[in-house]
Write a protein that binds this ligand. Structure first.
Ligand SMILES: Cc1cc2nc3c(=O)[nH]c(=O)nc-3n(C[C@H](O)[C@H](O)[C@H](O)COP(=O)(O)OP(=O)(O)OC[C@H]3O[C@@H](n4cnc5c(N)ncnc54)[C@H](O)[C@@H]3O)c2cc1C
Length: 467
C-alpha cells in the first residue's frame, strides 16, 4: 500500500464552494495557541459537528467551555463534505441487509435506526439554529435497473421486514416495472423503493456550525495541516500536536475528524481507512426551454451493487448527480488509495458520464437541453471492514477518531459527533452514546487484515469476466 497522504493543493472547485463564507480561510489568531483543552483535526462535517456538540453539551450541563483549536489542512469544508452529492439519505435496507448477514439482524437494525435518527437530528438543528442551507425533507427513490439488482435488494429488504426491523415501516416497495417507472420517472426501472431522506447544501450547514463554534470561542485555523500527534501524553497530560509549518499545539484531548486522510496522522488506521476518489457533477437546464418535468424526490439509480448514481434536485432548478462508477471502477488506480481531488477521473471517460444523463435516464427530459455545468472529484474515507471507526483509540487515552464513513457520512456523522462530544466532555462510555456498537474502534478491528473494498471490487471484476 502506498503511504497515506495529506489533502493535496489546488483541489477542483465544486459547485458547493461557489458562495464562500467569511470563515473559509479563517485564522482566529495569527499564531497557533500553544496549549488548549481539545484539538479537533479537520473542519469538515465531522470536525464542525464535534466542536458544535462539545460547546452545546457544556452549555446544557453547566460545564465550563473547554478551550478548543480546530486545525484544518486546507480551507474550511474543502474535503469530502464540500464536494459531495448533498444527499442525506438514511439507508434502511441496502447496507443493513449485508450487515444482517455478517453481524446479525439486531446490529444491522441498530445501524439503520441510527441513520434515521441522524436525519431527524440534522433537521432539528437546522430548524433550531435557523440555518439557511437549502434543506428539503423528501422521499428518496431507489430505482433498480436490472433483474439481478432487483432480486438482490428485494431479498435484503424482505429479510429485514420479515425480522420486524422497524425502520422498514418507512419503506415503500414497488415491484412492478411499469408502476416503478411511473413512480420514479426513471426510464427502464424494473422496480423501486422509496423512503424518507433529505437534501441540502452541505457547505452552508457546516460553515454555520463552524460559525457557532467560533462565536463560542473555538480557535479555527485553516491551512494548517497536522503532520503528527504524540502517541503518549507528557507528564502534565498533554499531547503534542505537530503542524507542518506552524509549530506545535499541546492538547489534553485530540479528535481526529480527518476521514480519508486519517492514516496520514494516525498510523494505527493505515489500511483500515483508505482514500477513495469519487466524482460528482451539477447539471443545469437552460432558462429558454420548456420546463422539464419536476423531480419530486431525491434518487439513487442502481445498476449493480457497486454501480449507481445518486442525485438530488435543487430548488434553483439544477441537479447534482454523482457516481459514474460503471465507467471507471475497473481501473483501480483511478479511485483506490487516491487523494487527487485536484484532477477529474478520466478513466473510461468518467468525467463525461453526466453529459446527457437526464435525457437518457429520466422520462420527459429528452428535449430539456439539460447540460453538465461542472464536474469535480472528492476523496472519501472508505473503511476496510465497511464500518466507520468511531470512539476512543484503545492505545491512546483521550484521543478519539470519527472517520471512515465509506461515502455515506451525511446520515451518520452528526450523531456520531454528538457521541464523541459526550465521551470527551462528560466521560460517557461508548455504549452510553447510542452509536452503533460495531462502529467502535477496537484493537481487533485495527489489527484486522480484511479489506472489503478490494474484495467487492475483485468479485465485481470476476463476475464481469464470466459474462
Ligand atoms: C464525490 C462525493 C460524493 C458524496 N456524496 C455523498 C452523499 O450524497 N451522501 C452522503 O451521505 N455522503 C456522500 N459522500 C461522503 C460524505 O461526503 C462524507 O462521508 C463526509 O462528508 C465526511 O465528512 P468528514 O468531515 O468525515 O470528512 P471531510 O469532509 O473530508 O473532512 C475532513 C477534513 O479534515 C481535513 N484534514 C484531513 N487530514 C488533516 C490533517 N492531517 N490536518 C488538518 N486537517 C486535515 C481535510 O482537509 C478535510 O477538510 C460523498 C463523498 C464524495 C467525495
Amino acid at each position: 500500500m502506498a503511504p497515506s497522504r495529506l489533502p493535496v493543493a489546488n483541489a477542483i472547485q465544486p459547485f458547493w464552494r461557489s458562495e464562500l463564507h467569511p470563515l473559509d480561510n479563517h485564522r482566529s489568531t495569527p499564531a497557533l495557541p500553544s496549549q488548549v483543552d481539545i484539538v479537533v483535526i479537520g473542519a469538515g462535517y465531522a470536525g464542525a459537528s464535534v466542536a458544535y456538540h462539545i460547546q452545546n453539551l457544556c452549555r446544557d450541563q453547566g460545564i465550563a467551555l473547554p478551550s478548543m483549536a480546530i486545525l484544518e489542512a486546507r480551507e474550511a469544508c474543502s474535503g469530502a463534505t464540500g464536494r459531495n452529492g448533498g444527499h442525506l439519505k438514511p439507508d434502511p435496507y441496502n447496507r443493513p441487509a449485508s450487515l444482517a448477514l455478517s453481524h446479525g439482524v439486531e446490529l444491522a437494525a441498530e445501524c439503520a435506526r441510527f441513520e434515521a435518527a441522524t436525519l431527524r437530528a440534522v433537521k432539528a438543528v437546522i430548524d433550531a439554529e435557523r440555518i439557511d442551507c437549502d434543506f428539503v425533507l423528501t422521499r428518496a427513490v431507489d430505482a433498480l435497473m436490472g433483474d439481478a439488482i432487483h432480486a438482490r435488494i428485494a431479498a435484503g429488504a424482505g429479510l429485514l421486514r420479515d425480522a420486524g426491523v422497524d425502520v422498514m415501516q418507512d419503506v415503500h416497495y414497488e415491484p412492478d416495472a411499469a408502476r416503478a417507472e411511473q413512480l420514479s420517472g426513471v426510464k427502464g426501472a424494473k422496480a423501486c423503493l422509496t423512503y424518507s431522506a433529505g437534501h441540502l447544501w452541505p457547505y452552508k450547514l457546516i460553515l454555520a456550525l463552524l460559525q457557532k463554534a467560533v462565536d463560542a470561542g473555538a480557535n479555527l485555523q485553516t491551512h494548517t495541516p497536522v503532520v503528527g500527534v504524540a502517541a503518549t501524553a507528557d507528564a502534565e497530560g498533554y499531547y503534542a500536536v505537530t503542524t507542518r509549518d506552524r509549530g506545535v499545539v499541546r492538547a489534553r484531548q485530540v479528535v481526529y475528524a480527518t476521514n480519508a486522510y486519517t492514516a496520514a496522522v494516525l498510523p494505527e488506521l493505515a489500511g483500515r481507512i483508505v482514500p477513495v476518489r469519487g466524482i460528482c457533477s451539477r447539471i443545469v437546464v437552460p432558462h429558454d426551454r420548456k420546463p422539464a418535468p419536476v423531480l419530486p424526490h431525491s434518487y439513487i439509480v442502481r445498476w449493480s451493487p457497486s454501480e449507481y448514481e445518486y442525485m438530488i434536485p435543487r430548488t434553483d432548478g439544477s441537479i447534482i448527480v454523482g457516481g459514474a462508477r460503471s465507467k471507471y471502477y475497473a481501473d483501480l488506480d483511478s479511485w483506490y488509495d487516491n487523494v487527487d481531488d485536484d484532477k477529474l477521473i478520466t478513466a473510461g471517460d468518467a468525467h463525461r458520464h453526466f453529459d446527457g444523463y437526464m435525457q437518457n435516464n429520466f422520462r420527459g427530459w429528452e428535449h430539456s437541453g439539460a447540460y453538465t455545468e461542472s464536474v469535480w472529484t472528492g476523496i472519501m474515507g472508505y473503511s476496510a471492514d465497511s464500518c466507520p471507526f468511531i470512539g476512543p483509540l484503545p492505545s491512546r487515552p483521550n484521543q478519539y477518531v470519527v472517520a471512515g464513513f465509506t461515502g455515506h457520512g451525511m446520515p451518520q456523522i452528526f450523531l456520531s459527533a454528538k457521541g464523541i462530544a459526550q465521551m470527551a466532555v462528560t466521560g460517557a462510555s461508548f455504549h452510553e452514546t447510542g452509536i452503533p456498537r460495531i462502529y467502535q474502534v477496537t484493537e481487533e478491528r485495527l489489527a484486522s487484515k480484511q479489506n472489503t473494498i478490494i474484495e467487492g471490487w475483485a468479485s465485481h471484476e470476476s463476475a464481469k469476466s464470466k459474462l
